[in-house]
Design a protein around this ligand. Structure first.
Ligand code: T4K
Length: 368
């Protein structure tokens, strides 16, 4: 009997390694609200990621919502339709109008050459996504932001540990937001973080994620409860001890996929630039017209073999009912994103994926 293979499988270090953390929580009885593990994880992540300031939060979505509030973003924000819905939902939660701009078909990230045409007098920011952990064209985006005095908030949900030639990709823009969801490269079951450029911004974010409280009697903003609990933070500290091994394993799997699929007609793998240290958070393939099956037929064939690949990101965000009526959501405005949503399939990738699992998956793709 073969086991089902899912697109992701949370990385779980040995349970016995977690028990001392639990014992500490049980003995000091600090469960949340900025406890000792929370503080330790913030500091450990800053060191690991090579960033100066970072505020943990309860998930990536609330991180995005809070980041937009921290920068007082209003009006219209330019973003990509090719992402997980949370990217745009964070705008709607702030009463902001998303304006969709098409993607670059080579990187699947927002196409900077299309951004200027979408700027209006109401535009206040750009919210790009480092899709699959592949860095956006950060320089081109910053140039536009500087020219029009716009803020840049990166949805870096997929970009844990990704580096470009100058260091962590998380240093770009005004703020970057990570997701530590169970399916991510580094996870805390649920969780996330806002990477901040300075202590003042981090403090503001810390207030916002704690209802706006500055002290027992002072509330400075209509903040939310976006705090990470001690259990999640403790797990993060444990996971961090294993994350290098997990990343190395992902790289091995990604390389093996690339090798095995290289000569399959009609299957293309996305390639990060050579100077980028990527994290293999996802393994997207593009199912082109010369492949014998459509993307959806391949998805189904894998499913029939109990292999659960995912069509991240189909449907496009712009196709969901709460966005569909917006002028920028029209398919004519988004030809590359529309095409990508019909071509991409994310194959399973996670540290525990065995060579046998990989062989099973590749066999189905090769044999189509
Ligand atoms: N921005 C971007 C660009 C994002 O991709 C995301 C999240 C966010 C923002 C928001 O961050 P968070 O608020 O989530 O921190 C998953 C994740 O829930 C979501 O975090 C992620 N992106 C998105 C791309 O994928 P689903 O609905 O596809 O997840 P689900 O439950 O179907 O899980 C996929 C597979 O993983 C399952 O088939 C089995 C396996 N799995 C999953 C979970 C949760 C497990 O084996 N164990 C588990 O505990 O959204």
């Amino acid at each position: 009997m073969t086991q089902p293979i899912y697109v992701a499988q949370p990385h779980l270090p040995p349970l016995e390694e977690f028990l001392p953390y639990l014992q500490e929580i049980w003995s000091n009885k600090i469960l949340t609200n900025g406890g000792p593990f929370h503080l330790q994880l913030e500091s450990a992540l800053c060191d690991y990621l090579g960033v100066k300031y970072l505020a943990l939060c309860s998930n990536g979505t609330l991180g995005l919502v809070t980041a937009l509030q921290a920068l007082n973003i209003t009006g219209e924000v330019i973003t990509t339709p090719y992402s997980f819905v949370a990217s745009s939902h964070s705008l709607l939660w702030n009463g902001i109008q998303p304006v969709f701009v098409d993607i670059d078909p080579k990187t699947l990230n927002i196409d900077p050459s299309k951004i200027e045409a979408a700027i209006t007098s109401r535009t206040t920011a750009i919210l790009p996504v480092h899709c699959y952990g592949h860095p956006c064209d950060v320089e081109a985006i910053q140039k536009i932001a500087d020219k029009y005095s716009l803020k840049v908030i990166y949805d870096a949900a997929h970009a844990f540990g990704v580096r470009d030639e100058g260091g962590s990709v998380l240093r770009h823009g005004d703020l970057s937001v990570l997701s530590f969801h169970a399916t991510k490269v580094f996870h805390t079951f649920e969780g996330g973080a806002i990477v901040c450029p300075d202590a003042e911004t981090k403090q503001h974010v810390d207030h916002l994620k704690n209802f706006g409280f500055v002290n027992e009697t002072t509330v400075v903003a209509a903040g939310i409860n976006g705090k990470m609990s001690e259990i999640n933070a403790a797990f993060g500290l444990l996971h961090l001890r294993h994350v290098d091994a997990a990343l190395a394993q992902r790289e091995r799997i990604g390389t093996a996929y690339r090798e095995a699929l290289r000569d399959v007609p009609g299957i293309c793998c996305l390639q990060a630039k050579s100077e980028v240290v990527t994290n293999y958070s996802y393994f997207p393939i593009l199912v082109e017209a010369d492949y014998p099956l459509s993307r959806d037929a391949l998805y189904q064939k894998l499913k029939d073999n109990d292999i659960h690949a995912r069509r991240y990101f189909y449907p496009l965000i712009a196709d969901f009912p709460m966005y569909r009526g917006m002028p920028s959501a029209r398919p004519e405005n988004l030809p590359s994103a529309t095409a990508a949503a019909l071509k991409v399939l994310c194959l399973p990738i996670y540290p525990a994926l065995t060579p046998q699992d990989l062989g099973r998956i590749v066999g189905v793709v090769q044999g189509a």
